[in-house]
Design a binder for this molecule. Structure first.
Ligand code: PA5
Length: 426
C-alpha cells in the first residue's frame, strides 16, 4: 500500500519551501525517530512489527472458535479501540463462528446488563485486556462478568477466560497464574494506544476471522517505507511536518474526514492516538473526526462559514468497487436523471472532490492522504502503522513524550477518592 500526502489544498497557508526547510531543520530528530530513540526504547516495541509472533494467538483463537459463539472483549482506550476499528472495516471480508462483543469501556449499568444478557443467552469466552489492571471500567466489568460466567459454567468457567495483560505485581499475569486463566502478553514495551498490532489487537481479530498475518504484512511494508524514505517524499514526514506548521498558523483543530461509514471507529482510534500522544502542550491540534457525506449535513455549514480554526485531513480510502450502476428511472421522474448510467461509486468520489474544493477555496487548509488500494487486512495494517509512526514523529516535533498520559490520572484520582479507594482523599 502506498500513501501519498497531498499538500496542494493547504498551500495557501503553508508553502512547499516552508515544509522542506522545516524538514531540514528537524532532520536529526526525524532520523532518530526513524531509528527509534534510545530514550523511549521502553515504549517502542511496536516500531518493528516483525517482533510480533502470532502462532500462539492463532492457536488460542482456534480453541475459542470451537467453544464460543461470542467472545466478550473487556478493555478500554488503547486496549480495545484498535480491534473495534479493524473489525468494523474488515467485517465484510472476515468470517468466524465466534462473534466479538465489546464491554468494559463504559460505566453504564445498561451496557453491563446487555453484556450479562450475552452471557445468559450464548456460549461465551471472556478476553480481558489491560496494561495496568487498575482502570475502573474494565476492572469492575471483569468482576461482574466473571461472576456471571462462574454461575453459568461452574468449575469450568476459568477455562473460558483469556487475559491479555502485562506482567507485574497485582497485574493480570498474576491473576492468570493463580486462577488458571489463559495468558497472552500485553508487551511491556508497548502502550495501549500503540498496541493494535500486538496481541492486544491481533488476538480478538484472529478470533473474529481477520487475516492477522496480512494485517502485519501490510504494516511491515509501511514500516519499511516510513522508516527509511527521507524528506518530503515520505508521507509520514510530510504529514507530521505539515500539520505542525498549520498549527503554528493559528489553526487549533484537525478533523479527520472519511467517506466510508465503516471507518467511523477507525476515526475514533485515530482521535485517541493523537489526543493522548500529543495533548501535552498548547501548541497541539485537537483531533476530531467526521464521516462525510452524512456529516456534511451536520457540521458542513460550520466548516464552510464558521471560524477559521480547522484543518481537514481527507482520508482517501475506498472499498473494492462494486458493479452497481445507476439505471434510468423511466416510470418515475425523480429529478436525478443527471446521474443516469453512472457507476454508484462515482458519487462518493464526487462528494470528496466537491467538499475538498469548497472548503479549501473558502480558506480551510486541507491535507489529502491518498491511498492506491482498497480497504482490506493488508492495507489496513499499513494504515495503522502509518498513523502510529506519524503520531510518534509528530509528538517528538512538539517536544513532548509521546508515550505517557499523566493528564488522564487527575480525574481518576478524584473518582477513586469519591468511591472511597484507600490512599485517595478529596
Ligand atoms: O493508550 C493508553 O495507554 C490508554 O488509552 C490506555 O490504553 C487506557 O487508559 C486503558 O488502560 P489499561 O489497559 O491499563 O486499562
Amino acid at each position: 500500500m502506498t500513501i501519498t500526502c497531498t499538500m496542494q489544498s493547504a498551500s495557501f497557508v503553508v508553502s512547499e519551501s516552508e515544509i522542506r526547510t522545516t524538514i531540514e531543520q528537524n532532520q536529526s530528530l526525524i532520523s532518530d525517530v526513524q531509528r527509534g530513540e534510545e530514550q523511549y526504547s521502553g515504549s517502542l516495541g511496536w516500531l518493528d512489527v516483525r517482533a510480533q509472533k502470532i502462532d500462539e494467538l492463532v492457536r488460542v483463537a482456534n480453541r475459542v472458535n470451537q467453544i464460543a459463539e461470542v467472545m466478550i472483549v473487556i478493555g478500554i482506550g488503547g486496549s480495545n479501540r484498535g480491534a473495534v476499528a479493524a473489525l468494523q472495516v474488515l467485517k465484510r471480508t472476515s468470517s468466524s463462528p465466534t462473534t466479538l462483543y465489546f464491554a468494559g469501556d463504559t460505566l453504564s449499568s445498561t451496557c453491563l446488563a446487555d453484556a450479562l444478557a450475552v452471557i445468559e443467552h450464548n456460549s461465551v469466552v471472556l478476553n480481558v485486556i489491560a496494561k495496568d489492571f487498575n482502570t475502573v471500567e474494565p476492572g469492575i466489568t471483569f468482576r461482574m462478568l466473571r461472576s456471571a460466567m462462574q454461575a453459568k459454567y461452574g468449575t469450568d468457567f476459568e477455562q473460558r477466560i483469556i487475559v491479555t495483560g502485562s506482567k507485574g505485581s497485582g497485574q493480570l499475569y498474576e491473576l492468570a497464574q493463580q486462577h488458571g486463566y489463559t495468558y497472552l502478553p500485553f508487551p511491556a514495551d508497548i502502550g495501549g494506544r500503540f498496541s493494535i498490532l500486538s496481541p492486544v489487537g491481533l488476538f480478538p481479530l484472529a478470533v473474529a476471522g481477520v487475516d492477522i498475518q496480512n494485517l502485519l504484512k501490510g504494516a511491515f511494508a509501511m514500516q519499511q517505507k516510513v522508516r527509511t524514505i527521507q524528506g518530503i517524499g515520505n508521507p509520514a514526514i510530510g504529514y507530521a511536518i505539515l500539520r505542525s506548521l498549520i498549527r503554528k498558523k493559528g489553526i487549533i483543530l484537525e478533523s479527520l474526514v472519511t467517506f466510508e461509514p465503516d471507518l467511523q471507529h477507525f476515526t475514533r482510534w485515530w482521535i485517541q492516538l493523537f489526543a493522548e500522544t500529543e495533548g501535552k502542550t498548547d501548541q497541539v491540534l485537537f483531533p476530531i473526526g467526521f464521516s462525510y457525506s452524512e456529516d456534511l449535513h451536520a457540521v458542513g455549514q460550520y466548516v464552510q462559514q464558521g471560524p477559521r480554526i480547522l484543518l481537514e485531513t481527507f482520508l482517501d480510502l475506498h472499498y473494492a468497487e462494486t458493479n452497481c450502476m445507476i439505471k434510468p428511472s423511466n416510470d418515475v421522474v425523480d429529478g436525478f436523471s443527471y446521474m443516469d448510467g453512472k457507476p454508484f461509486s462515482l458519487l462518493n468520489k464526487a462528494v470528496y472532490q466537491a467538499a475538498l474544493e469548497a472548503h479549501s477555496k473558502d480558506g480551510i487548509p486541507c491535507i489529502e492522504l491518498n491511498s492506491d488500494c482498497s480497504l482490506n487486512a493488508e492495507s489496513l495494517g499499513g494504515l495503522f502503522y502509518f498513523f502510529l509512526f506519524s503520531a510518534y514523529l509528530s509528538a517528538r516535533l512538539l517536544g513532548v513524550n509521546p508515550f505517557d498520559q499523566e493528564g488522564v490520572e487527575q480525574y481518576k484520582r478524584n473518582m477513586y477518592a469519591g468511591l472511597g479507594k484507600s490512599g485517595y482523599t478529596k
